[in-house]
Design a binder for this molecule. Structure first.
Ligand code: ARG
Length: 296
């Protein structure tokens, strides 16, 4: 079965306010027409790369005045056909909640989801951007301290009935877990150690042996290439560094590197422009396929 990925049409995307250190409205508005065209081209390129890697896409409409709807990773956490809708920390994005709620109810009506639930109001949690399923280890990793509250984590654990490992984010530049932490299908972790509080870094290192750690420095993480979509051996990501390109290739990954500059100007890249709708607790690959992945 093809992986099913949700995206949001980029027609209303722009950079018009500042809610993270990447966002520069003045750069966007210096040539909004060209930037809009570049964003459309970059989005289309991402959609094509995901399809080429075997994904089936579902596309929700955006809405005027809600430019960041183009990042549906922030809309919900989805596992085993159950969606827990996000609560946005920033007032600018809060009106997205009603739009995404309607969109997800539509997906449920079409049989793509079994359940769409909500977090209590005020319990900020920005979806899969701050809650990543680690298929190999069978638990979530959840970011808090920037956009999502630590208090939301017990709700994630209770709703999904899964272990959730909290990770405290300490850098405004790396404000969502998905820009600094990327578990790979072969068991490796691509991450930027500088984004985490010491105790959280220790928790990562306790669970992931050195041979499976691929550390990116601040400059590499600053390319937002850790915000990657992994589909088996295919990694769809913003342009990465020559060093990481070589490390990942050596581990057996095929990279599709894209120019996502218009979205990076908003602090987002490949992963947060997507949301997997078919993520499940069942192992992603049959045992024979796992055996052919490189040893971590
Ligand atoms: N401008 C958006 C924001 O600041 C970008 C979100 C990117 N999403 C992510 N999961 N990294 O909310």
């Amino acid at each position: 079965m093809a992986p099913t990925i949700l995206m949001t049409d980029p027609a209303h995307f722009e950079v018009d306010y500042v809610i993270n250190p990447w966002m520069r409205p003045e750069d966007w508005h210096r040539d909004a027409v060209a930037n809009r065209a570049a964003a459309r081209a970059a989005w289309t390129g991402l959609a094509a790369a995901l399809r080429a890697a075997g994904a089936r896409l579902e596309v929700l409409p955006g809405a005027p005045g809600l430019p960041d709807m183009v990042f549906p990773a922030n809309a919900a956490v989805v596992l085993d056909r159950r969606a827990l809708l996000a609560r946005f920390a920033c007032a600018e994005r809060r009106p997205e909640e009603a739009r995404f709620r309607a969109g997800f109810r539509g997906l449920q009506a079409r049989g793509l989801l079994d359940e769409v639930a909500e977090l209590p109001e005020g319990l900020y949690q920005e979806g899969a951007g701050d809650c990543l399923w680690d298929a190999g280890r069978g638990h979530f990793w959840a970011g808090h301290g920037q956009r999502s509250l630590r208090a939301a984590i017990p709700h994630l654990a209770a709703f999904f009935g899964q272990e959730v490992v909290p990770l405290e984010l300490v850098s405004p530049r790396f404000y969502h877990l998905d820009v600094c932490f990327c578990p790979l299908p072969g068991g490796e972790l691509l991450y930027h150690p500088g984004a985490f509080a010491p105790a959280s870094l220790a928790a990562i290192h306790e669970r992931i042996p050195p041979a499976q750690r691929i550390a990116a420095d601040a400059e590499e993480a600053g390319l937002l290439c850790l915000n990657a979509v992994a589909l088996g051996r295919d990694l769809v990501m913003a342009r990465t560094s020559p060093r990481l390109r070589a490390v990942l290739a050596e581990r057996g990954y095929r990279l599709a590197e894209l120019d996502l500059a218009p979205f990076i100007l908003s602090g987002g890249a490949a992963f947060c422009m997507t949301l997997r709708l078919d993520r499940s607790t069942a192992p992603a690959l049959p045992p024979q396929a796992l055996a052919t992945l490189p040893a971590g």
